[in-house]
Design a protein around this ligand. Sequence first.
Ligand code: PMV
Length: 371
Amino acid sequence: MFQAVNEYSRDDLWKKIDKEFPEGQLVCEMPSNIAIVKYWGKRDIQLPQNPSLSFTLSEAKTKTAISWQITKNPGDGGIGVDLLYENKKNIQFEERLRTYFSSIRELCPFIDLVDFKIATENTFPHSAGIASSASGFASIAVALMSLFKKFTGIQLSDTEFYEQASRLARLGSGSASRSVFSSFAFWGRHKAMNIGSDEYAMPIDDVDPVFSTMRDAILIVDSSPKEISSSKGHRLMQEHPFAQVRYDQAGKNFEQLYRTLQNGDLESFIQICESEAMTLHALMATASPSYTLMRPNTLEIISRIKSFRKHSGHPVCFTMDAGPNVHLLFPEAVEHEVIGFIESELVPFLENGQWINDRVGSGSREFLSYA
Ligand code: PMV
C-alpha cells in the first residue's frame, strides 16, 4: 500500500492536495490503555523485546485537533508543526512531535507537503498522573491515516487502516500501538504460538464476556511527573541482569493470558495480572541505577486490595503502569461492592481523594470528524 503511494511523484501529490484539499481540520479522540502483560525493553526502531497484551479504556482519552494547510515550499525539507498542548505552547512536546513526523515521512509522504497546527488535550484531569502518550500518539496516528486516505484516494480495508495506524502509533510510543483497537489487543510476535507482529498490534476479538465488562478504577496516589521516564526504563533493560529471564517469563504469561481471556478463568487472570505488575516494578528496583516509582501508599493500597479479595471472595486485582498509581480491576458484576470498598478504605490513601472510574472500551465509537 505504501509502495503504491510512493509511485506518485511528490510534485503530483502536492498538486493534488493543493487542488482538492488545500486546507482543513480534523479531530480525533482515542483512549489510553492498560497493559496486563507489560512491554518493558525494546530494540531497534521501537520494536518490543516481548509480546504485550492490554485493554483499551473508555474514559481516559486524548482529543487531538489537526489543522493543515498546503505548504508553499514543498522542497525545503522542513517539517511544519505547531503544537498546543492543553491550550499552551509546549516546546518540548513540539520538538518530540517534529522528530516523530520526520521519522514517519516515508510512511506518510504528505507530511512535508502540508503545514500542521495541532492542539491536543486529555479528557482525564491534567494532574491525574496517567501517561497520555498511548492515547496521544494513537489519536495522531489514526488522524494521519485518515489524511493518508483522503489525500491519496487509496481505498483501504478496515484491517489495513488499523494495521497501518497501529504501526504509525508504535513509532511514537510503543504502547500506543495497542490503543488504536477498542478493547483487548496485543502487540509483538509470539514465536511459539505463531501469532502477532513486532511492527503493529492486533485486536483480540474472542474474549469471554466476563472480561468485556472489566472495570478499571484508576487510583491516583501521586500525580507529580515521574523521576525516571519510560524511555529511560526501557533503555535500562539493555544491561539488566534479569532481562532474558524477564522476556521468557513475559512470553509464558502472554500465552497463558491469551488462553485465559478465551476461557474466562478469573483466577488465572488475577494471578498473571498482579505478577506482571510486581515484576515491572521489581525490574526497576533491580536496574542499574536502581529506582522505585511506587510510593508507601501504593503498597498500602495493594495490601488492602489483597485483603479485600481474601475476605469478600470478590475477583478484584491490581495492576500498575510505570508509576505510583494503582489500577484496580474487577468485573462489572461486583461493581457496587468494590466502589463501596474504594470509598471507605482506599480514598484516604489517594491524592486529594482522586480516582477515575473507567472501563474496557466497547467496539463501537465515534472518534474522527472533519470540520
Ligand atoms: O509506550 P511506552 O514507551 O510509554 O512504554 C510503556 C510501558 C508500560 O506502560 C509500563 C507497559 C505497557 O506495555 O504499556
